[in-house]
Design a protein around this ligand. Structure first.
Ligand SMILES: [Zn+2]
Length: 149
């Protein structure tokens, strides 16, 4: 691999989501490319920062509210047992992956963000451009964050 992989491929490499052959090709490239080594280091520090964020507490009756709007399906009952266990981790992982992959597909991420709150603020601004973004909540979050001493 002569050309640097995209940030998406590096993220997939980091999570070992690539096929073995592609994983090895990128590994080979990274051992000789300081640019990709820095990008990978930035991805790893980002994952570590995101891991320090608190996982929001979900209300106990959240699934019941969602389930009553779904059609009657036996597969849903099976999923319901796993849902509570995976909900917190899934939300955090989904936010992390969504921010990394969908909002800056070919952009360079800042290397080693100064803090978790700075990282969240940067990516909240990016995510506000998303079609389905809740811009009001993002604006309130940013305003609250800036008003903190
Ligand atoms: Zn490279």
């Amino acid at each position: 691999m002569k050309q640097c992989p995209t940030i998406n491929k590096l993220a997939e490499y980091q999570t070992e989501a690539l096929a073995n052959r592609e994983q090895q090709a990128i590994h080979q490239h990274i051992t000789n490319c300081t640019v990709c080594q820095r990008e990978l280091q930035a991805l790893e520090s980002t994952v570590q920062l995101l891991a320090t964020l608190p996982v929001p507490a979900l209300p106990d009756n959240l699934w019941a509210g969602v389930a009553q709007h779904l059609p009657n399906n036996p597969r849903i009952a099976f999923r319901q047992r796993w849902w509570k266990a995976l909900a917190g981790a899934g939300v955090a992982a989904g936010i992390a992956i969504g921010l990394l992959v969908m909002h800056a597909p070919n952009a360079r991420l800042p290397i080693a963000p100064a803090s978790a709150s700075a990282y969240v603020a940067d990516h909240a601004l990016l995510s506000s451009q998303d079609t389905f973004a809740d811009r009001a909540s993002i604006g309130v979050m940013l305003a609250l964050q800036r008003s903190e001493p």
